[in-house]
Design a protein around this ligand. Structure first.
Ligand SMILES: NC(=O)c1ccc[n+]([C@@H]2O[C@H](COP(=O)([O-])OP(=O)(O)OC[C@H]3O[C@@H](n4cnc5c(N)ncnc54)[C@H](OP(=O)(O)O)[C@@H]3O)[C@@H](O)[C@H]2O)c1
Length: 265
């Protein structure tokens, strides 16, 4: 196993066209990683790539994919193979939340949601981690959320999807850490990005106090540091760390009561 620390590195980031993913691309590029940017909106990805090339002089590749397509992870992997790009770091960041109750949303929308938020994440890890293990170096960040601890939203799969990401990331971190591959579940709270516009909750969440919010850049910087330090779970910001500690101590009956009181969403 060779020491890989001084060799040029490449990171692949999903959901790199906006928000936290875009800022993670900047943070990795600032640390001399070339970047492979994946999302659906090509024009946005091209703009991020041009900015990164100009600011940091790193290579920036654009790959337009819809992760709701179950074939997308394999296509992404094959594209990297064809272009002879070894992926040293993988960031599974693409995500969104549906703003509807369970029975209101169609089955197809639930399937797409679980494909993007969970299955594509597991599939991309399964595709890219073997070569990381082989090379003795790898960094994986999977975007979870403090929603993994917080009271549930009525009929919403988001909390369950993010709990899965926390548990999955810890499980593969246990397997891969001895081989130089670290996996971090990155858990932000309210973060300025397009997330709440896509979800349709901008009006409600904009009433929340400023101290509950972080910038996407702050979240990205903490995520980068956490995976480099080998943390398997990282909650961003002191406020969110305090909130998750309190929430993890609450009995489930109290959490369920709090869920019933929620009016934010
Ligand atoms: N913002 C928050 O308050 C918050 C809090 C906790 C956790 N998170 C998590 O952080 C991650 C990033 O969210 P964000 O806040 O940065 O949101 P955002 O600004 O809305 O960005 C979401 C990114 O995901 C991409 N994406 C969405 N659906 C996709 C699909 N089907 N295929 C490929 N790419 C897709 C979007 O790109 P295209 O539209 O171009 O495809 C975009 O680049 C998500 O996993 C989210 O759950 C966010």
């Amino acid at each position: 196993m060779s020491n890989q620390s001084d060799l040029p590195k490449t990171v692949l980031i999903t959901g790199a066209s906006a928000g936290i993913g875009k800022e993670l691309a900047h943070v990795f590029a600032r640390h001399q990683f070339d970047v492979i940017l994946v999302a659906r909106r090509q024009d946005k990805l091209e703009a991020v790539a041009a900015d990164i090339k100009q600011r940091y002089g790193q290579m920036a590749y654009v790959l337009t994919e819809n992760l709701a397509d179950p074939a997308a992870p394999q296509r992404i992997f094959d594209w990297c193979q064809e272009h002879k790009l070894a992926v040293d770091a993988l960031v599974n960041n693409a995500g969104y939340a549906l703003h509807s109750e369970f029975l209101e949303a169609s089955w197809q929308s639930h399937l797409d949601f679980m494909q993007v938020l969970n299955i594509s994440v597991v599939h991309l890890c399964h595709l890219f981690a073997p070569a990381m293990k082989e090379r003795g170096y790898g960094r994986i960040i999977n975007l979870a959320s403090i929603a993994a601890w917080s009271p549930q939203l009525k009929g919403n799969l988001y909390g369950a999807a993010k709990s899965f990401i926390v548990d999955f990331s810890q499980a593969i971190d246990l397997e891969l850490q001895p081989h130089g591959v670290h996996c971090t579940a990155l858990c932000p709270g309210f973060t300025f990005s397009e997330f709440h516009d896509v979800m349709g909750t901008r009006g409600q969440v904009s009433k929340l106090p400023r101290f509950l919010w972080m910038t996407a850049d702050e979240v990205a910087q903490e995520g980068f540091n956490a995976v480099m330090e080998g943390k398997s779970v990282h909650v961003t910001g002191r406020v969110n760390q305090g909130l998750t500690q309190v929430m993890s101590m609450l009995p489930s009956s109290v959490k369920h009561y709090l869920s019933k009181q929620q009016k934010v969403m």
